[in-house]
Design a protein around this ligand. Sequence first.
Ligand code: GTP
Ligand code: MG
Length: 271
Amino acid sequence: MKKALREAIEKVKMVDLVLEVRDARLPFSSGNRDLEEKLGKTKRIILLNKTLYAEPRNLALWEAWYKKQGLVYLAVDALDFRSAKKIIPLAQEMIKVRDQYYIKRGIRPPPLRMMVMGLPNTGKSTLINSLIRKKQAATGNRPGITKNQEWVVIKGNLELLDTPGIMPPRIDSDHVGLSLAAIHAIKDEIPGKQKLALFLMERLLDQRPKDFIERYQITENATPESALEALANQVGALKKGGDLALDKAQATLINDYRRGALGRLVFEVPE
Ligand SMILES: Nc1nc2c(ncn2[C@@H]2O[C@H](COP(=O)(O)OP(=O)(O)OP(=O)(O)O)[C@@H](O)[C@H]2O)c(=O)[nH]1
Ligand SMILES: [Mg+2]
């Protein structure tokens, strides 16, 4: 991952603009503070991706926060090419000065070159595929799919560089680590499935999204532990001797959340 960051930084000067893909559920913690410094003068658009999974009121608070910070951002859904369509005009507007430099000298401006960067599994390759309307870049529902940088050229006037996911340089707290695992930017094994399942269950019990309540049989005063036991019972997860197989319940919960079956959760709110 250090290599991924180093190689990405080497390319920053070669591009007009960086598209930094974040997860709309973790608009701050899925960013990379080290990256910010390293971009220097290279322009950046922050893409808050997977808006489908984000809680809309919380996302609106974050959008206001981004505006206040003077950051250029777009809330997008990389699977939807209409999102991709919003990105190009904004990028072109941001490099207008560069284009004018060439036009004044009677030279056709070079292609718009953009590099897509961000944490693992945030949707970088999916976004590239939406931009080129082809399934060219490999994608997958776990961190670490893209292994090498890859240039994609579109119609000669747009060049995109896909890059492998870059891990956060440090994880500030247990809460951030577990949230990163919940969105699958880091592997389950890092916090461990048990801790991750309890973390998710705690949030679900606290925020009670409708899909979660309808899907799982949750009692009024359930605790994360008791709710996981109830889930093990509900899905018939039993070991040979008849004891509850809590590991199966944990896996069910994590998978259900990640495929969107339990509704939208808030993991962080702006200051
Ligand atoms: N629902 C939804 N799923 C998305 C979106 N963007 C990406 N995904 C899914 O998220 C998973 C990861 O997408 P990738 O494009 O492989 O992510 P990446 O950032 O390139 O990941 P690495 O190459 O591992 O760093 C895939 O299963 C995608 O289908 C989105 O906007 N909405
Ligand atoms: Mg990728």
